[in-house]
Design a protein around this ligand. Structure first.
Ligand code: FAD
Length: 504
């Protein structure tokens, strides 16, 4: 019998979700669609977690994620809820993904389509179309071999260890390039250092170093060039706004400005939460909050899986939100100004926990797609550099030095004095990211993927010590970034529906 009717028959099963990040929202929508009585508790004023926005002085900025990929994962949630996505959320595909600027004066506008990319790359770099196509084919193979093993299911359930897909991945282990770093693969494949730097950049999509993360991560450019990149009408915040609206429309109940104090455990079973010193009971508890926060604050008196919690954290970000009093034709939605020494930049971030004098600078200017995001004649620049997670560094000094270095770099590349064009400024550093969302050390993606074992050392989506307790979001399996967080919401929803304790 369908779980919905079973639940109706036995009284709706109550589920509490801590946090309304994109994974919490995805999980809430899925469980509600299956008939569960779902309640979300969120410490902030609105839903979305790291997906947030800033509106000041006529400028609008997305404050968290800016690159939108794999929109079909969002479409699935609307289909499941039998709602027309178009009345909630609209997005368009980008023909060109990103403008790249190199210190030697090269600029490269990366097309989304693989064939166009290969053609254009062969015009700009010292590479043949054939070499690029072969790299993409290998990236696709890696993704196809691993997606169902590493991304779509729990990696920690014995029934998934010996599946057909797992065995296929194991037999093809040499294709996966797990025993070399991404940079060594790219530097061996591409003689042109600028192109190797382009492909090395994809390690930052999960907050890792290309000099450490295994070369299996070369599957990421396949995702970007196969599925494409997109822009949500109205900006990235529309992702969480529309999912929140969908969840509310189908009956998920939300409690904002409600910080959870404790997960209640009795006889090794999660039985509810403590909120404002009051006890609330449920059949299942899901934490979408960062896994370190969940154990350290909400499960402080329970067993802590130290090897999982002590994994090296991913990198974080330092962002200057600048209102710029000029229009630039060579700036698009996504723009990268590469550092001259990528190795030094990443060694600084991950070994020394410092920031280079010449950091890679990313500018996201949503007014290129959404003209209302900046006043006439102006641009909104989300100007970001990768930085170490918060380890108590002197952020005031780092902000001062980095501001100077970023401006120097942009002045050189854009041949203009940017400092004179800044008419609005706001700053977000790792300590503030930590405060806003309870993300341990302000890491953007939970733990880093700097080792070949990282995927196995992420916390599972369930507790193997406490029944009816689950985890979703960027700090647990399968990892950070909007697509993976959406997937973790699905994995948890699937696990709960299979849980015999809940249906008996
Ligand atoms: P989070 O967004 O971490 O939300 C968790 C929620 O739980 C928060 O709302 C928090 O307030 C709440 N919470 C925590 N503790 C409690 C408590 N005790 N009680 C109640 N509520 C609680 N991803 C991309 O795909 N593309 C990008 O371009 C990209 N760039 C990024 C740039 C930046 C600057 C940042 C910060 C992130 C970026 N990411 C990007 C990563 C992406 O934003 C995250 O992986 C994803 O949004 C995390 O979602 P989540 O479900 O893990 O929850």
């Amino acid at each position: 019998m369908h779980s919905y009717y079973l639940l109706k028959l036995y009284k709706l099963k109550k589920v509490f979700i801590i946090g309304s990040g994109v994974a919490g929202l995805s999980c809430a929508i899925r469980l509600k669609s299956e008939g569960y009585d779902v309640h979300v508790f969120e410490k902030n004023k609105d839903a979305g977690g790291k997906i947030s926005e800033l509106k000041e002085n006529g400028f609008r900025f997305d404050m968290g994620p800016s690159l939108f990929t794999m929109p079909h994962l969002i479409e699935d949630l609307f289909k499941l809820s039998k709602k027309n996505i178009k009345s909630y959320f609209n997005y368009k595909k980008k023909e060109n993904i990103c403008n790249y600027f190199y210190e030697d004066g090269t600029s490269f506008c990366a097309p989304s389509d693989k064939k166009h990319f290969a053609k254009k790359a062969s015009d700009v770099f010292n590479v043949t179309e054939k070499e690029i196509n072969s790299y993409f084919e290998k990236s696709k193979k890696k993704f196809d071999l691993t997606k169902s093993v590493f991304l779509e299911k729990s990696l920690h359930k014995s029934e998934n260890y010996f599946s057909k897909e797992t065995l296929k991945a194991v037999f093809n282990i040499s294709t996966l390039d797990v025993n070399k770093s991404l940079s060594s693969l790219n530097e061996k494949t591409f003689k042109d250092k600028r192109l190797a730097q382009y492909f090395n950049r994809f390690s930052t999509y999960n907050g890792s170093s290309p000099y450490k993360t295994p070369a299996i991560m070369s599957m990421i450019p396949h995702l970007e060039h196969h599925y494409g990149t997109f822009f949500p009408e109205g900006g990235m915040k529309e992702i969480s706004k529309s999912l929140y609206k969908l969840a509310k429309d189908i009956g998920v109940k939300f409690n904002f400005e409600t910080s959870i104090e404790k997960i209640l455990v009795k006889n090794k079973k999660a039985i509810g939460l403590t909120v404002n010193s009051k006890t609330k009971f449920a059949d299942t508890v899901i934490s979408n909050a960062d896994i370190n926060h969940t154990y350290n604050k909400l499960l402080s008196d329970q067993y802590h899986p130290k090897n999982k919690l002590n994994q090296e954290k991913s990198s974080s970000a330092l962002i200057f939100f600048w209102g710029i009093k000029k229009r630039f034709n060579n700036i698009d939605l996504h723009n990268i100004f590469f550092s001259s020494d990528y190795k030094k930049e990443f060694d600084n971030i991950f070994e020394k926990k410092l920031i280079s004098d010449d950091p890679t600078v990313y500018i996201n200017s949503t007014c290129k797609e959404n003209p209302n995001d900046a006043p006439k004649g102006c641009e909104n620049w989300f100007t970001m550099i990768n930085v170490p997670h918060n380890d108590g560094q002197d952020w005031k000094k780092i902000i001062k030095d980095s501001r100077k270095n970023i401006i120097k770099k942009l002045n050189k590349n854009l041949k203009t004095d940017i400092s004179k064009l800044i008419v609005y400024e706001s700053i977000l550093d790792p300590s503030q990211i930590e405060l806003n969302t309870n993300s341990d050390k302000g890491a953007l993606y939970g733990s880093s993927s700097n080792s070949m074992f990282s995927a196995f050392l992420r916390h599972p989506n369930f507790s193997n010590k406490i029944k009816n307790l689950y985890f979703c979001g960027g700090s647990v399996h399968p990892g950070g970034g909007i697509p993976l967080c959406l997937m973790s919401g699905k994995i948890v929803s699937d696990l709960i529906q299979k849980n015999p304790h809940l249906l008996n």
